[in-house]
Design a protein around this ligand. Structure first.
Ligand code: 5GP
Length: 200
């Protein structure tokens, strides 16, 4: 099973890139996180996130229900173990759209996980995209930009850097990473063992 983690400075267009990859590969499933953030206008509970009260989130966390969780811009976000187990049972791969703290923790839990950081072309472009969303207040934009500067530092420790200057090129880069993941020895173990058992 491939665990593909993508992180980015908020406003880099990571969710759009993720959506394109998910549309291409039926075997790749989006990891749906829990969050205490209020839903945005277009967001659907259970599809974009499991929207959860802080009390419920903290209860789940105390029950060790999360493989990782983190606080981001004042809200809690977490990846449920049961969701990962479900994907493993269904034989599908997971794409995680999470923050850098979550990525580091998930990589500890699943060392084979691939960490990809999507780089924006410039800070001016990040600010423009955040504003264009129309869902963020000025305070939230400022918070996300400040968080973005810190997140970029974490990019140094990632396995891959994807440049999102042109959407198509960025999707192609992530596509390469995902396809190569299926060529890893761990993913091809069954083929290797079959050949080894044949003798010759
Ligand atoms: P947003 O509020 O814009 O949907 O997400 C804010 C940040 O939280 C993004 O960087 C997003 O990737 C991250 N995030 C979403 N789900 C999770 C999660 O389950 N765990 C962690 N650690 N971060 C998450």
């Amino acid at each position: 099973m491939v665990h593909l983690i993508i992180c980015a400075v908020s406003g880099t267009g990571k969710s759009t890139i993720a959506r394109h990859l998910l549309d291409r590969y039926p075997r790749l499933r989006l990891s749906v996180s829990h969050t205490t953030r209020a839903p945005r206008a277009h967001e659907v509970d259970g599809v974009h996130y499991h929207f959860t009260s802080r009390v419920e989130f903290e209860r789940l966390s105390a029950d060790d229900a999360f493989a990782e969780w983190a606080e981001y811009a004042g809200n809690l976000y977490g990846t449920a173990r049961s969701m990962i187990d479900g994907a493993a049972r269904d034989g599908v791969d997971l794409l995680y759209d999470i923050d850098v703290v979550g990525a580091a923790n998930l990589k500890r839990a699943y060392p084979d996980a691939l960490t990809c950081f999507v780089l924006p072309p410039s800070w001016a472009e990040v600010e423009r995209r955040l504003r264009a969303r129309g869902t963020e207040t000025e305070a939230s934009i400022a918070r996300r930009l400040a968080a973005g500067r810190r997140e970029l530092e974490a990019a140094r420790t990632f396995d891959y850097l994807v440049l999102n200057e042109q959407l198509d090129a960025a999707v192609a880069e992530l596509d390469c990473i995902y396809r190569a993941a299926h060529l890893r020895t761990a993913e091809r173990r069954a083929t290797l063992e079959r050949l080894a058992a044949q003798g010759g």
